[in-house]
Design a protein around this ligand. Sequence first.
Ligand SMILES: Cc1cc2nc3c(=O)[nH]c(=O)nc-3n(C[C@H](O)[C@H](O)[C@H](O)COP(=O)(O)O)c2cc1C
Length: 229
Amino acid sequence: MTAAAQGHSVLSFDEAAAARRSVRAFRKDPVPRAVLEHIFGLANLAPSNCNTQPWYTVVASGATLERLRVQFPADFGSGKATMDFPYLGKYDGVFKDRQYDAANRLYTAMNIARDDKAARGMAFMRNFTFFDAPHVAFLFMPEWCGIREAADVGMYSQTLMLALSAHGLASCPQTALSMGADLVRSELGVDASHKLIFGVSFGYEDTEHPANACRVPRAALADTTRFVD
Ligand SMILES: Cc1cc2nc3c(=O)[nH]c(=O)nc-3n(C[C@H](O)[C@H](O)[C@H](O)COP(=O)(O)O)c2cc1C
């Protein structure tokens, strides 16, 4: 379907790549099904090792997502988190510096003081209500998959987020959503042979929410990339 047929214009690649960022507050209005199918069709064009296409995506919306929006924080709050993949979350050196800087920028945008643990906890819990998004793409891969297939799913998800961005939609990839693997599988009718790697909440950005004023920088090109002749 052309963008014109969908009633909106599409950003160029450079514009879409620059516009994408993690948005942590969404409007409630759903995205039309035809637009969703077009965007997820674009995501499917992502490359993968030997063209195995190891991603399995379930897009949750409507009553199904509302049930998860209630049960996810309840389960997490009562210690019932289940994860298919371990989360190390321990960074050192420059990686730790970047983690701290990103968190600082988010909490500053939300006017939350560094030592206000309660407010930080509440902000974190918003992960589990999907930042009010009307849709969440839960990304699974078959249990035989390893690190190379996880990279394939990463490529798929970035293609998805750039496609969303190009079509005027916002997203947030969330490792936090892998913390309800059993709940999500049960609610979505997914077999235990598929493992939940993360989720992407998406929809129209709530431009008024303070969290969405957050911008995080990138390292200089010279620090990440070397050109060798
Ligand atoms: C795989 C992945 C998992 C992430 N998990 C979370 C998450 O659970 N919660 C969250 O608020 N942000 C999450 N993020 C967003 C990162 O914090 C964000 O991408 C990073 O700070 C860079 O900011 P930007 O996306 O706005 O450019 C995740 C990003 C990726 C790629």
